[in-house]
Each structure stands twice: as structure tokens, then as C-alpha cells.
Design a protein. Sequence first.
Length: 403
Amino acid sequence: MIRNLASKHFSTRAVHAGERQRPDGFVPMSTPIYSSSTFIYDHLAEIDAISAGERTGFTYSRHANPTNAALEEAVASLESAPAGSVAVSLASGMSAILLALLAAGVEHGSKIAASQDLYGVTTKFLLEVAARWGAEIQFVDVFSIAGRDEMWKFKPNALIVESLTNPLLRVADFPALMGEARAHKTRVIVDNTFATPLLFQPLKHGADFVVHSATKYFGGHGDLTGGVLIAREEFATETRSFSRLVGAVLGPFEAWLTLRGLKTLPLRFARHCENAQALAEFLSSHPRIEQVFYPGLPSHVDHVLAGKLLGGPNAGGVLSAKIRGAGREEVFRFVDSLELFLKATSLGDVQSLVLYPAISSHRDLSPKQRERLGITDNLVRLSAGIEHVDDLKADLEQALAKL
Ligand SMILES: Cc1ncc(COP(=O)(O)O)c(C=O)c1O
């Protein structure tokens, strides 16, 4: 508290006037953007008590920030995180993956089992960063019993898997997978970005960590980059501590945008799913389409499992399709002909988006690796937006007609 500020010099008032006002009995309905790197207290003893964990409060935004804390509480609630869990908001989905691996105890000599169906950059991260730490990585088929048997022989310390995979929308038998992981004392990290907690809540199934790219459905409007990591109580202290040490924290403005995005997530996501289901059905009967990948279709390899495990009437907002007889040239022509589906390297936005995995999300894999995973050169991925579905169908129809 600066006494008699009015008597101070102009440059002193320029720095201090108007600042650090105390709320006067009102509560802002929407959590403000606390764009402040530090928080001030009357007595040093208060900062000391907060730093010692003896009282709650905020001191430094790399450690905790009130806007981020509101977002973290909201995400923990939506993921039904048990008491004692911690949620931390991070600069991106990739930094949430980095932190999950660190907090899971991955170090020199650790063994990481990774689903072979992962976002291509996660695969690259494991091969180029985690491998450099001295961790051994094995890519596994978590969707078959034989693949899981093979994985357990490897005796992994940690397993990383997506609940709804990118781009083929596979769904693992989580009850079986988690039971086996528990028996083998393997720490499980689930990337829940595509499913969102509306369809799947990994902690309820026994996951140790849940990762989100908030850039996608949480934000929902294509205007932020962010990530959230939720860790079970056993890993809460390390997660919080490593988050402070690594420092890849989400800025308060992005935290505020994400918190705002969450408020309409159920409404947006219902429409994304409804549109994706309708587009999947439309494309399935189109003569120019060879195969559609969407778990809401009976033709999808995990349709029955998705029906049991995913909590919605539909199966997410993303679908992929192979264009009959198309090579790169035809795919480029198709994608360039689309008007409403924007060519964007993302998903989960209110706008419909189209992505060509071979040159974007899975660009870093060799053609052979892509072929083995079923990510062929005629595969495109669509993220259904919230536009009117008839307009989206018409857009696909006119672009397919150009082939
Ligand atoms: C499933 C999945 N996980 C993680 C990420 C990484 O998220 P970010 O781009 O926010 O780092 C992505 C990005 O596309 C993704 O699709």
C-alpha cells in the first residue's frame, strides 16, 4: 500500500496509479484475465506461508494463476477427477504430453509402450526426445489381444494411448487394457483430445494421466493453443512441481478463452458429433469413396466397442475417408475444391476443417510406416464443424464431382 500517492512524481504515479484495487464486495460473473506475473501481499509472511504450502494463494504465475486455476478446476470437474488429483494448464497439448511422461517417471532406462495409432507428432516426440533421454520405446497394437500380450512381455513402465485415435478413430478395449496395466504396474497416459470427457473419462477407467490439446474442442474456435494435464493423486506433487520447473504454462488470456470455450463444449460437441455421423453416412454411400472411418458406422472395426465405451449417441466429430482410386494429385484437387471445409492443420473448431494426414499430422512418418498404419495416400480427415449439415454435404458433393 503506497500512502499519499497523489503527492508522488508523475513517473511514480504512471507506474502505480489505479493499480492493485481491492474488490469492493462484488464478484465478477466471469473469471477475469489475471494478466499479472506476480501477486502482492501486505506482509512478506503471507508469501512465505503460500510458498510453504501452509495457505492457499498465488505468488508467481509460472506456479499458479487465478485464471488458469479456474480453468484447471473446470477441466478436473469435467473429467470427474477424484479428490487429490491435480490439473495443470499448459502452453500446448505437446507440453502436456512432455509433462505427463516426466511425471510418470520416464527417465534413462525406462520402457515406454506407445500405441502405434498416435498423433504423428507424439510419435516423433517419443522417437526424438524421449529416446534421447535413454528411454526405450516400443510401438504396440493395443487394439488386439495378441498385440497387448506382446506389449506386456516388453514390461513397460509407461503406456501412452489415445482414447479415440488420429486419424482412423480406433477405440481400445479400455476395461481390459487398464486392468492389465494395473496388474503390470504400468502407468497409463491417455490422450483424450478427440473424445473429450463428454464421450470418455479415462480416470474412471483407471488411467493415471489424462492429456488434452485444448487447442481443439476445449477452445473450439481455432483461436488459441493450449493443453491440460490431469494427474491422479499419486502423481500430483511431481506434476505440479515439474510444471513449475519446465515452465510451459498457459498464458492467462488463453486460459480465459479455454474456460469460455468449455461453457459451450456440450452444445458444440453434440452438433459436431451429429454432423460427423451424418457426413460419415453420406460418404459411405458415395461412389467416389472407397472407405469411411467413423466409429458410429457399423462398418467401423470398433463400432461395438465404441457403442459400449463412448458416452454419446454418436462417436465424435472427426471422420476419415479414402477417396477411391485417388493419388496425391486427386486429393489435392478435392481438398482445394472444398469451400466450407477449411484447409487447416487442426480439428475441433466450429468451422469444418479438412486435413491430409500424409502431408500434415503424419508427415514425419515414412511412407512405409504410414502404409502399415493404414494412412494411405488417398486418406483425408474431416473435422465436422457446427454449420448446417446440408451445406457440408453439398460442399463434399461438389468437390468429389471435380475428381
Ligand atoms: C490427439 C492429439 N494430441 C495432441 C496434440 C498436440 O496438441 P497441440 O497442437 O495443442 O500441441 C494433437 C494436435 O493435433 C492431437 O491431435
